[in-house]
Design a protein around this ligand. Structure first.
Ligand code: MBD
Ligand code: FE
Length: 307
């Protein structure tokens, strides 16, 4: 049922379009905004959206901006996932096989993490109650050969599910590091097994999720950017095996290839691994592909917080 006839919708769209000065503005932006307006007006008519509902939407959008939650909304509505689906499809068309799949970045990366060679301790401030974790692996090319000059950037949350920088109670760059690998392509880091994340309670995203009959939680995960000269930037995550939300992620980031086995090593066996305490162990290689023209780009120039 249209609340208004199509002619009025089209006349209004034409009126708005007619106000554009010829040769002025940005053609790409005009095309996109005009199309989105057309879809919106038609939805308003089709769904009988009231002016009261439209002003509620305006208020929600205003509040979402004030809360700095748009990145979270993009994740929660599956918009960020859809961008991955588009890029996966582009890769498939170009015949590119991603042995390590991409998955969403999320809104909580901070540029400029402390750098080290081959190994890093992620805790700036030791987490007394954490389960010790050592994660290691090799950055490899399409043939499985190590990439000698790759950089692995890592970030994860603390045991409260909070990320440094966005949580001012943590020291700068806590649980954020960058590892430069050498000839063997190997990286290793020491940290603790993180927990899941939940959207700020009763914030814009959480409120929207509740209204959609959904939750705003993520399973425990660790984020990565893997970069190397000549290779396409890889944005991905791994999940902590066994988390009950593994395949119920509000941001739709989980992929079966990104849930590596987590092994528990007892204190007695730790010495065999050159460690002095019980620990959880994850082994995971990052397989990169070369930068290829006409395939999905790895770099999206998304803006990031800097410390
Ligand atoms: C996160 O930690 C995250 O990774 C995403 C995608 C969204 C919200 C919080
Ligand atoms: Fe995260």
């Amino acid at each position: 049922m249209k609340r208004i006839d199509q002619k009025r919708i089209d006349e209004t769209l034409a009126l708005i379009k007619s106000s554009e000065k010829e040769g002025a503005g940005n053609e790409r932006i005009k095309t996109i905004v005009n199309r989105l307006l057309e879809d919106l007006f038609n939805a308003m008519a089709d769904l009988d959206i009231t002016s009261e509902e439209m002003w509620k939407a305006c208020d929600w959008l205003t509040q979402t901006g004030k809360n700095n939650e748009y990145g979270l909304v993009f994740a929660g509505l599956g918009i960020e996932k859809f961008m991955d689906v588009q890029m996966d499809w582009e890769d498939e068309q170009a015949g590119i096989e991603n042995k390590t799949p991409r998955t969403i970045e999320g809104p909580l990366y901070v540029a400029g993490s402390p750098e080290s060679t081959s190994y890093a301790t992620l805790e700036t401030e030791p987490e007394p109650n954490g389960e010790r974790l050592f994660m290691s692996g090799v950055v490899r090319d399409e043939k499985g050969n190590p990439i000698p000059n790759a950089k692995v950037e890592i970030w994860h949350c603390n045991l409260k599910g909070l990320y440094s920088h966005f949580d001012s109670s943590q020291p700068e760059f806590n649980l954020r590091r960058a590892i430069n690998v050498v000839e063997d392509g190997k990286y290793e880091f020491k940290s603790f097994v993180p927990v899941g994340y939940a959207c700020p309670p009763n914030g814009s995203t959480d409120t929207l999720m509740q209204l959609l009959g959904r939750h705003g939680a993520r399973p425990a995960h660790i984020h990565f950017f893997v970069t190397a000269p000549g290779y396409r930037k890889l944005t991905t995550q791994i999940n902590i095996e066994g988390d009950p939300l593994t395949f119920d992620d509000f941001a739709f980031a989980t992929r079966p290839e990104l849930v590596p086995h987590i092994e528990r090593i007892s204190a007695e066996d730790a010495a065999k691994y050159g460690k002095d305490e019980a620990f959880a162990k994850i082994n995971f290689d990052f397989n990169m592909v070369h930068e290829i023209a006409n395939a999905a780009p790895g770099e999206n120039h998304r803006s990031h917080a800097t410390a």
